[in-house]
Design a protein around this ligand. Sequence first.
Ligand code: G4P
Length: 524
Amino acid sequence: MSFKEEINRRKTFGIVSHPDAGKTTLTEKLLLFGGAIQEAGAVKSNKIKKTATSDFMEIEKQRGISVATSVMGFEYKGMKINILDTPGHKDFAEDTYRTLTAVDSVIVVIDVAKGVEEQTEKLVEVCRMRNTPIIVFINKMDREGKEAFDLLDEVEQKLNLSVLPMSWPVGMGRRFQGVYNLHERKLVLFRAHGKQEDSIEITDLNSEELDKQVGDAAAKELREEVKLIREVYPEFEREDYLEAVVSPVFFGSAINNFGIKEMLDVFVDIAPTPLPRQTEEREVDPFEKNMTGFVFKIHANMDPRHRDRIAFMRICSGTFERNTNYLHVRQGKKMKFPNPTTFMASKKSVVDEAYPGDVVGLYDSGNFKIGDTMTEGEELHFKGIPSFSPEQFRYVDNADPMKQKQLQKGLVQLMDEGVAQLFTKEINNRKIIGTVGALQFEVIQYRLKHEYGASCRYEPVHLHKACWVSCDDAVAMREFEKRRKKDLAKDKDGNLVFLAESAWMLKMAQDNHPEVQFHFTSEF
Ligand code: G4P
């Protein structure tokens, strides 16, 4: 197969949802279709059960599992499909945000009964920042839930997406009979508790066959609803989806493996293949000969005797080859990788070659930071892998004067991994750790002790948000820095950050310093 064909058959995407909506179940069914696994239950759920939220060791274990399921590749209809796994737990939301920088499209799973939940809103917001094409899967149609039209309205309003139903449910819960494929004009029946799936071509919904199959009442309802859909929603245009203007919607039941094949068949048809990516210097086209890639996730080894980590690199152009020297741009040094790994479902294997859209796992002894670029020599820096404004804060102090160095090293490495963010206050040099979730504080303390032999102590600090600040007007910036010195800190790269004690304080600062811009991600 030619280099071009390899790229054109790759579809790299992520599944996002609020915990419990059915992401793991859907992933597993997709892998079953692709033949990557043979039986249900093969994909370990990396979700952290609600009952275990206070048990961070359990969470670390779960994170261990999630290495195996970080990238799941499978073949379907000649396409190579890569699913990048995203942690569902909200305390690891930043991991998820970053993974979303490495995908070309996204499937959002929504629970029909719960509708659009908080975590989904946040994740879709991140997708929208990047104009990532989105398909929506409304799950658990075998349960009672919200009416389909109401749900579509909710998706439009809360997620700010223009939706376009591609299939339409016939009933729900106990009355759920199947879905009508609006695109192919085919009725797919859900029978015998999903054990069996029938599909019947019904091009004309007025046909009596429909009444025969689903009963008069359901047939009448479907006719009315489809008429309304055809009036309200435009025809599907792939361009609109690719430009993230329109999101196709499917209905089904993941656990019953129903409605998934319909979605997958459309997905392989319409989802984008690897797209050009922006660097600070220029746009990189996937078809360029030279290899480029960036690290979007770093995973520490669970075994304290081996401090190595796995850095996950998304290939953006060219062919990645094992044992070949590449330039680590930030460090300005050449590195080669004797054992790069790829992942087919839960199986990990050494890879000789990888193409744009693929993700390779690189063993790392501390050389990588999130966002690092590898090339064949060109000095490029991929854009769009920001840090996100954290929401939980604590002062961090050294609890063991003999281990100051270890603490320093540990903190730097954990921050490079993206576990949390470290800010140094301008006024007194005190260090503040900022995270998206509260669990990270325990994780950091535990890992500092076990991996670096260092002890830290936390002290509460009352903060609402940290945001990056910039200003074109040097005089105004100096004035702002002078007046706000006590609220300013530097992030790990030396960028200026405003620490707001409350939403009101943030608003005051914005009002009093209109020339200064406040940013909620580190890239602006
Ligand atoms: P997540 O990864 O998004 O967190 O969700 P997951 O797939 O683990 O699914 C959450 C729960 O919802 C699971 O039940 C799963 O079996 C159930 N589920 C998934 N799809 C459907 C569906 O189409 N219909 C119905 N009725 N349920 C569905 P659980 O009891 O929490 O876990 P388990 O013990 O079954 O694994």
